[in-house]
Design a protein around this ligand. Structure first.
Ligand code: FES
Length: 117
C-alpha cells in the first residue's frame, strides 16, 4: 500500500516579538505582491487575514501598517468604518455587514510566524 504525504510549504511572515509594541502588523503577501496580510494579536493568539476590505477590496489601514482597533475586539476599516471581529473576521457593523475578511492560515514555530501554503 502506498501512502501519500503532502508537505506544506511554510513561508516566514514575522516573529511573535514583533507584537510587543503593537497588536496589528501589516506584512507583504508572498502569494500576491500587490496585496498585504494583516496579522492581529488578541489574548496571546494571532489571527491573519488578507488586508482587503470586502466592501471595496482596498486595504483596511489608514496609513500603511496603521490600523484602528477598538477594545481589542474589532478592527475597523479606515475608509467607511466597517468593523470586523478580530477572532472571526466577520463584519459585525458597516457597509459590508455579514461578509468576512479572508482568513490566512498561519503557524507559529519557536516564536516565528509562518504562512502555510
Ligand atoms: S472600503 Fe472598507 S468599509 Fe468601505
Amino acid at each position: 500500500m502506498t501512502q501519500t504525504i503532502q508537505l506544506c510549504e511554510q513561508i516566514k511572515l514575522c516573529e511573535q516579538r514583533d507584537f510587543e509594541e503593537t497588536n496589528c502588523l501589516r506584512v507583504p503577501n508572498p502569494n500576491n505582491k500587490k496585496k498585504s496580510i494583516l496579522i492581529i494579536k488578541k489574548d496571546n493568539a494571532l489571527y491573519a487575514y488578507e488586508n482587503s476590505c470586502p466592501h471595496f477590496s482596498i486595504p483596511l489601514d489608514y496609513k500603511k501598517g496603521k490600523f484602528h482597533t477598538y477594545k481589542n475586539e474589532v478592527v475597523m476599516c479606515a475608509h467607511h468604518s466597517a468593523m470586523f471581529n478580530i477572532t472571526t473576521g466577520e463584519c459585525i457593523d458597516g457597509p459590508c455587514m455579514g461578509h468576512s475578511l479572508t482568513s490566512i492560515a498561519i503557524q507559529i514555530v519557536d516564536g516565528e510566524v509562518f504562512l502555510i501554503n
